[in-house]
Write a protein that binds this ligand. Structure first.
Ligand code: NAG
Ligand code: NAG
Length: 211
């Protein structure tokens, strides 16, 4: 699953060296890490007022259509990519009948009663949860995280951080609806999700089907 982000990349130069980049639209591919029967795509499903969830649609044939179109919006500074945002352009009919487009960033909502946190896309770009995209593999991850599973009273020295991809596909409340949709599980890869229906998946980008 090779990245094909050059397809329709737009680059907005916001300063001499820092650049704000938007790549897409692309589809969000969901593949099981342990359960190979999970093979599909995320689509923007209605989760509440102007809020979308990232629901699962099975199938490996490339998809097209507005509910499958996502972007990755990140900044670039002197050869370093900062973590960016998975973006969906929420569209509705305005009072004058014209389409209003609201770029909206995916947000991981922490749960204080579980280590499973659902991904939703509230309207607007104020609340996004930063994620990184590996441009070689095409997979999303969270970068530079500490592993605290061995910590004790001694201050660790020279401790390395790791990149973690702990996306899961779960049956869960997705906003106000019961859906099989994407979540993030706190902890390092391999940790047991408290919700037993969750299964670990890779979340990646893939070119949309030609229309
Ligand atoms: C990308 O982010 C910028 C703000 O940094 C915003 O103005 C723009 O609308 C966003 N575009 C998309 C497609 O998310
Ligand atoms: C604390 O952690 C360090 C590093 O993992 C380990 O070498 C040390 O034995 C630990 N100390 C105790 C008292 O467990």
């Amino acid at each position: 699953m090779k990245l094909l982000l050059y397809l329709s990349a737009t680059v907005l130069v916001t300063g001499a060296v820092a650049e704000n980049n938007v790549v897409g639209p692309f589809s969000l591919r969901i593949t099981g890490k342990t359960d190979s029967s999970i093979d599909g795509y995320a689509w923007a499903c209605h989760a509440g007022a102007a809020t979308e969830g990232l629901c699962y649609s099975a199938g490996s044939t490339p998809v097209s259509g507005s509910v499958y179109e996502f972007y990755y919006n990140y900044s670039y500074y002197e050869s370093y990519n900062y973590p960016g945002y998975i973006s969906y352009v929420f569209t509705y009919a305005g009072a004058d009948g014209n389409q209003v487009k609201v770029p909206s960033f995916a947000h991981i909502y922490p749960s204080w009663a579980s280590n499973v946190h659902s991904l939703l896309i509230p309207p607007g770009i104020e609340e996004g949860t930063p994620v990184s995209l590996d441009f070689d593999t095409g997979f999303f991850y969270m970068g530079s995280l500490y592993d605290d599973t061995h910590w004790n009273a001694t201050t660790p020295s020279g401790e390395r951080t790791e990149d973690v991809s702990n996306f899961h596909l779960c049956y869960q409340w997705t906003g106000g609806y019961w859906f099989r949709s994407l979540a993030w599980v706190s902890g390092f890869e391999g940790v047991a999700p408290q919700n037993p229906s969750c299964q670990p998946v890779n979340l990646g980008v893939e070119s949309l089907a030609p229309t």
